[in-house]
Write a protein that binds this ligand. Structure first.
Ligand SMILES: Cc1cc2nc3c(=O)[nH]c(=O)nc-3n(C[C@H](O)[C@H](O)[C@H](O)COP(=O)(O)OP(=O)(O)OC[C@H]3O[C@@H](n4cnc5c(N)ncnc54)[C@H](O)[C@@H]3O)c2cc1C
Length: 631
């Protein structure tokens, strides 16, 4: 007999485990989680904060790849996504970054009542506890803390930004941040181990008799009944660990929490998507919705690393020796971690950040420059034309809303278009985005600043295409991670395809290289002379060591086309918007169905200004509360 549960949750990741924990608080409902990956909750690579990059490229990472990206010289980029219990929250960089007030208010304005910042914050607050020194704020599930500053780099960062006129005392969990900010690490201050969906949400609920978790179970499609009341999800079909197909029934709801790439994939495999595409693949159409898999958004990233002047003493140590696996440095860091819960292994080492507005927006010249860019890239006629300037199938109404949102951000002196992350180590991604290790025999120290475009206009997509079945691994092919069953996943993020995106990110890179890295006290800590090493290496460093793009916008844009890579932050592929332009409604129910929801990063109609995990936790808390109210 087919087993049956009230709620079948597909994906035991960041959102899926919040739902599992909250829904199973009601002892009268039976909850099942199906997770494709394994449970690595006792693995040091999950728990020891500094080991997080080690899971990427392993079987715990879906290791996806994009289509060639036209605006980036046809490069194909790698995309990491968690494939283990806890999902991406189990292998991510643990920065706990809340969305901005204006992000959430813009979601609500798109026709999503209840998703404005004031209301959403109530659910967000359930997700975190923040400890800073002896002070603890809030009482939510994820344990976070602002780490002690064991080097002088964070202070230098703040002092430099303060000298440039930015505020530096921002509350990291407020929705209104402009300037420098020290974000909390999602690391339990008591144990100095990762706090994530697996140990903060699932572990306390795991012994409940009404909660079942199956790992190694890869969902293939959702099963439906066509009833007089509408389309009802009755369960799912999944591949077991040994590749057999099985089914499980859902008495109340099926909830997709498989993430930005796999939730739309499962919808399309189940017959929900663009009818023309589905028919071309031989899939029976259940609901024709051309917006499933569209609206993929992302923060493109550019990283500049500068050699430091210091020998690491007097508080200016960097992580370079550890990154090179120098035995003495690794041993000392491990010793500090195991005996005192301190040192680089106990933290993310990348919580020193800033959200900055369009460079120069506070000057008349800067305002004029921005106006010219807006006139060129967002001419008023664009919104009324039949094809969207955003790319893909964005409707005129959505295009207008997105353009108006980005316009309002760019013209505001307090809203961020650039998200800056300072890291005391060399960070040099190669053309695909994979990090290029420093030579083992090198001895330099570096300070890196990554800058991300916070409010992109480019829109991409993720859709099924036909592929030959892989008989060796029917549920998921390890030879080609974009493929499963008879389909392949075509991921086209359209990085920097919108002309305004390239212009704005170029302005931030110019500001970073030409102003920020040359302002005191940071400037004195970085080698400014021609002999100083910098990455990425290339023509963009002039003979005197200055960045060619600092004085020349065209050079900065060319630099980005050749070197910009993908950050790990994605959203939007089952966007919460009315039926005429989105994938799910404001209750996160898939349009055209009665009891199928999507609850994960794919429902964000606009990606938030920074990292996405905290917002995903908040979305899942809000969804769980809504579902329980309806029980
Ligand atoms: C390397 C990396 C670093 C990051 N760093 C940060 C950071 O520091 N701060 C931050 O805020 N954000 C960060 N992010 C982004 C953040 O982690 C994600 O936005 C968020 O965790 C997404 O949550 P989700 O629930 O949408 O998906 P996920 O957490 O990815 O969960 C999806 C789950 O569904 C499972 N699944 C997929 N398909 C199937 C199927 N067919 N059957 C069964 N199960 C399936 C997956 O295996 C996975 O466990 C990072 C992401 C990555 C990949």
């Amino acid at each position: 007999m087919t087993p049956a549960f009230d709620f079948v949750i597909v994906g035991g990741g960041t959102a899926g485990l919040v739902l599992a924990a909250r829904l199973s608080e009601d002892a009268n409902v039976q909850v099942l989680v199906l997770e494709a990956g394994d449970d690595l909750s006792t693995d040091a690579r999950v728990n020891v904060p500094a080991m997080w990059p080690q899971l990427q490229g392993t079987e715990t990472d879906w290791q996806l790849k994009t289509e060639p990206q036209g605006a980036l010289g046809n490069r194909e980029l790698v995309i990491a996504q968690g494939r283990l219990l806890g999902g991406s929250s189990a292998l991510n960089a643990m920065n706990f970054v809340v969305g901005a007030r204006e992000d959430l208010d813009a979601w609500a304005k798109l026709g999503n009542p209840g998703w404005d910042w004031e209301n959403f914050s109530k659910y967000l607050k359930r997700t975190y506890t923040v400890t800073a020194g002896s002070e603890t704020v809030n009482d939510g599930a994820i344990q976070t803390h602002i780490p002690d500053e064991e080097t002088k780099w964070p202070k230098v960062w703040r002092d430099t930004l303060a000298g440039l006129g930015y505020s530096v005392d921002n509350d990291p969990v407020s929705g209104d941040i402009c300037g420098a900010v020290m974000y909390p690490d999602a690391i339990d201050p008591k144990t100095k181990t990762r706090s994530f969906a697996g140990n903060a949400y699932l572990a306390p609920a795991r012994d409940r008799p009404n909660l079942t978790v199956w790992t190694g179970a890869t969902v293939d499609r959702i099963l439906f009944d066509h009833t007089a009341e509408g389309i009802v999800a009755t369960g799912v079909q999944y591949f077991t660990r040994d590749g057999k197909l099985d089914t499980v029934a859902a008495r109340k709801e099926v909830i997709l929490s498989a993430g930005v790439f796999h939730s739309p994939k499962i919808l399309e495999q189940s017959g929900i998507g663009d009818a023309k595409l589905l028919q071309s693949l031989g899939i029976d159409v259940v609901v024709d919705n051309p917006y499933v898999g569209e609206n993929l958004q992302h923060h493109p990233i550019s990283l500049l690393s500068f050699e430091t002047v210091d020998d690491g003493k007097e508080g200016f140590d960097t992580l370079d020796a550890i990154a090179r696996q120098d035995p003495a440095a690794v041993g000392a860091a491990m010793e500090a971690y195991t005996t005192q819960q301190r040192g680089p292994f106990s933290k993310t080492n990348c919580n020193t950040m800033a959200h900055l507005p369009f460079p120069g927006i506070d000057t008349d010249a800067g305002k004029r420059e921005l106006q010219e860019l807006l006139d060129q890239s967002l001419p008023p006629a664009a919104a009324s034309s039949s094809s969207s300037s955003l790319g893909g199938k964005a409707t005129p109404a959505y295009t207008e809303a997105a353009e108006s949102f980005v316009r309002s951000v760019l013209t505001s002196p307090t809203a961020a278009s650039g998200y800056y992350v300072a890291i005391p180590v060399r960070a040099h991604p190669g053309p695909s985005g994979r990090m290029v290790p420093a030579p083992a025999d090198s001895s330099e120290r570096y300070f890196t600043v990554a800058v991300l475009l916070t409010r992109p206009l480019s829109r991409g997509s993720v859709h099924l295409t036909a592929a030959a079945a892989d008989p060796a691994s029917p549920g998921h092919s390890h030879n080609d991670n974009n493929r499963s069953n008879n389909f392949k996943l075509s991921i086209n993020p359209n990085y920097l395809a919108h002309p305004l995106d390239l212009e704005i990110l170029a302005r931030h890179v110019r500001f970073l290289a030409g102003t920020l890295a040359r302002a005191e006290p940071l400037a004195s800590r970085l080698r400014q002379d021609a002999g100083g090493k910098r990455t990425p290496p290339g023509w963009w460093w002039a003979a005197d060591g200055t960045f060619a793009g600092a004085a020349d916008a065209e050079a900065a844009k060319r630099f980005l086309r050749e070197t910009a890579v993908a950050s790990t932050l994605y959203a939007g592929t089952c966007a919460m918007m009315p039926r005429a332009m989105g994938g799910v409604d404001a209750a996160l129910r898939v349009h055209g169905t009665r009891n199928l929801r999507v609850v994960d990063a794919s429902v964000m109609p606009f990606i938030t200004r920074g990292d996405t995990m905290a917002t995903v936790y908040g979305i899942a808390e809000k969804a769980a509360a809504g579902i329980r109210e309806g029980l």
